[in-house]
Design a protein around this ligand. Sequence first.
Ligand code: F6P
Length: 562
Amino acid sequence: MTSPDTSSPIDPTSTDAWAELEAHNLEIEGSLREWFDTDSGRAEHFTHDAADLHVDLSKNLVLPRTMELLLQLAREVGVQEHRDAMFAGAHINSTEDRAVLHTALRRPAGASPALEVDGQKIDEDVQETLRRVYDFARSVRSGQWTGVTGKRIETVVNIGIGGSDLGPVMIYEALKPLAQDGLEARFLSNIDPTDAYATTKDLDPETTLVIVASKTFTTLETLTNARLVRQWLLSGLRENAGLTVEQEAEAIAKHFVAVSTALDKVEAFGIDPANAFGFWDWVGGRYSVDSAIGTVLATVLGPEVFEELLAGFHAMDEHFRTAPAEQNVPLLMGLLNVWNVNFLEAETHAVLPYSQYLHRFPAYLQQLTMESNGKAVRWDGSLATTETGEVFWGEPGTNGQHAFYQLIHQGTRVIPADFIAFATPNHALVDGEQDVHELFLANFFAQTKALAFGKTAEEVRAEGTEGALVAAREFSGDRPTTSIMAPKLTPAVLGQLVALYEHITFVQGVVWGINSFDQWGVELGKQLAKGLAGAVAGDEQAIAAEDASTAALIRYYQEHRK
Ligand code: F6P
């Protein structure tokens, strides 16, 4: 289990399935209109349930044969073996020689057989950390944990970036109505000083608790913001509550906790290790929201909500691990993405939640999918043999309908889109006689219908349109979509959705031969930013040593800075 998987990935383009898919793609005939007309079982055939998610794949540009060949491709490149290796703790993150065990974070207490990897009793450590996080969360929620002046905590500020921010923000926004009365979360991520200013400007230091969340505890943005907020907190306490220098350490202990895999660095920063929650290098940043990185969520939303989330993640893990391939939704969706990218030449993928509470879900998915699969090198160091990582993007419907859907409906590019909706609204409102959620859902249903079936020139003419306007009003249809529905946006359903996309991303990575769990591509920019400090501060020699474009931009900054 301990050796990195450096064996050469199987080149997907060398498989029989790939050759057959290429031939099949050339031969495939008809349209979604025709396929639905001639196959009354199509919707049923392509619809599957995964835990509480009901997923209709039938409006994708595939025939049953396409899916058979994609499943054959999965077998030929060994998706199932890689999945099992991941769950068992093999070091599939080969460039960092690490296991990939985010699925262990959501195994229920007492899961059997117990998971032990590289000598670590994983389940015991996970449960012990959860217990500490929940104890902390309960003491803040009950008012037992107070600020240094004895006041109850009203705001929890999570300072983190990337995986230490996007998951917590997305889930907080999605489940905000479940926050305890009188307790709110805020998130500070950007090194733009505006962010630290705006996050703290109307807060009372006496009632603010800060969570510094950083896997490595070396991230420039997070440590800078943590120092800024420490400064803000101490000076506020000095001014408002007469805090003395002798009381500063106690103030930090009452107002700062940390989440990290690097507890030595937490201590060096000045945070008491007793107030730190750990996790492990086998949890990737973008896969860490269900680790102690979720402390802000357990605190503001409550341990019970966090438990429900974890149960949701686990339900999807179990589906991915055990459902037969033909009904395995993450596997099928991952393979469909491969079909769309490599055979239909899609370059982007839209994710369109019909839920305002999911407004940060596309942003969260951008890190999950693009930091995972935005790579041109395979896990043995050889070049990828196909296009990889598509661009993920999106916004909630119906807002997107009035912004960018035009391009999805009538543009020249194929843009596969996932539509997500919930049967029961979080807040049922009526407008006169009209149930507004029904109006909302009518839009959800209408969009995938329009994209799939379009509107022919004859249909446009039959409405009285003539001449050049006919073409402008025509809709080609055959624009691929997946519809994901669930009974309601609950913590469990949200956990299932996140785990679904984690596993979709994994499947694509395995097919392409990519290590989806490293992120070397973010390093160069970080390194160069450090090296530019002197030039940005005005050192003429350093500016002159830069390339002409960068030097001119820095000079512009120097001239215009007030
Ligand atoms: O720079 C990318 C990255 O390493 C992400 O993968 C990670 O989620 C983020 O930075 C934050 O890292 P950390 O949690 O170590 O501060």
